[in-house]
Ligand binder design. Sequence first.
Ligand SMILES: Cc1cc2nc3c(=O)[nH]c(=O)nc-3n(C[C@H](O)[C@H](O)[C@H](O)COP(=O)(O)OP(=O)(O)OC[C@H]3O[C@@H](n4cnc5c(N)ncnc54)[C@H](O)[C@@H]3O)c2cc1C
Length: 369
Amino acid sequence: MADADVIVVGAGIIGAACAYFLTQAGARVVIVDPTAPGTVCTAACMGHLVVMDDSEAQFALTAYSCRLWTDLAARLPRPAEYEPRGTLWVASTREEMAIAEAKSAFYRARGVEAHVVTQGEMAALEPALDSSLPGGLWVPGDSVLYATNAARWLLDQSGTTVLREEVVAMGGGRATLDDGRDLEASVIVNAAGAAAPALTTGLPIEPRKGHLAITDRYPGVLTRQTLELGYLASAHGQATESVAFNIQPRATGQMLIGSSREFVGFAPGVNRAIVGKMLERAQRFVPCARDWHVIRIWTGFRPCTPDNLPLIGPAPGDATVWIAAGHEGLGITTSLATGRLLADRWAARDSAIDPVPFAVDRVAAGAHG
Ligand SMILES: Cc1cc2nc3c(=O)[nH]c(=O)nc-3n(C[C@H](O)[C@H](O)[C@H](O)COP(=O)(O)OP(=O)(O)OC[C@H]3O[C@@H](n4cnc5c(N)ncnc54)[C@H](O)[C@@H]3O)c2cc1C
């Protein structure tokens, strides 16, 4: 008899969400990870659950997943720190106000509440922002959470045990562990994040390094997740290096400041020059940030695909290997939709959104600009 119906490799937020929905669909699931659940990229993130509109496919996935998070919100335990803070997108130029208008129309036409805010309205919403900024866009339905604890809760709810082993190979209905044992299942899900290409040759995923800084406590200075509209260009482009203003006020009163993007392989060290640019940018938008004390800085590696959409579904050439990886800077947001899409496939039922834009064979290896 097989060891499970499905083996999930990787216990980050993506593997946890896959285990959660696959077990709900009736699958017997084993999850394998040598590290404690939710401690790799999932622990390095901001935990902003945000609807994004780089493409129709990205919008569909993020909006669907945010709805799933909202449905789950009342059941999430306190340590998951779920808070419906919304997103205030800040324009820094008149041209960016036109982007706010277009974004608002796009969201509203697709059923997501969004409001363009004037200079005065923005100052009333967040008085700490530089009062000369022209306005922005308020999206009240977005939220934030503490992703490591959310991942652990999803795993607990799924009832699956995590085998603390490394998988060294997968394929043909088998996952081979580092002690030489083989586990058998009809499906093996590669949810190994930025490490996914080491297990499935040819996956077009590259690590995209990011820094975050967290401050001492300044309760009430900001109340919304606040970021610049220019963040979209930073996140969606494939530039070697970029920085954008992004601040998340935490329940503790601390400010989580982001964010940076670099293609430098898996080099984990803090890049002081990048952090300097990040903090300067925060101070430009929120002048009182000059007085904040940063108490900790860390880095993480977003699993990045060439078109910024995740890979969700069977791997070409081996129907037993399914991929759930490549979520770049939106993996916390899109984890629930990812798990749901794979569970729908396993249960041979229709999905709420079209899975085709996330098919694994749509982008070739080496396609990164
Ligand atoms: C600075 C920063 C800020 C971010 N902010 C946000 C945000 O605000 N909102 C948002 O939605 N997303 C955000 N993200 C992105 C998000 O963190 C990632 O997309 C998400 O965590 C990816 O989850 P994952 O489960 O695929 O990867 P991971 O969390 O890295 O999990 C992969 C797991 O696979 C395991 N693994 C690897 N190799 C093997 C192997 N051979 N055998 C067994 N197990 C293995 C690892 O140990 C790990 O536990 C941010 C990322 C960064 C870096």
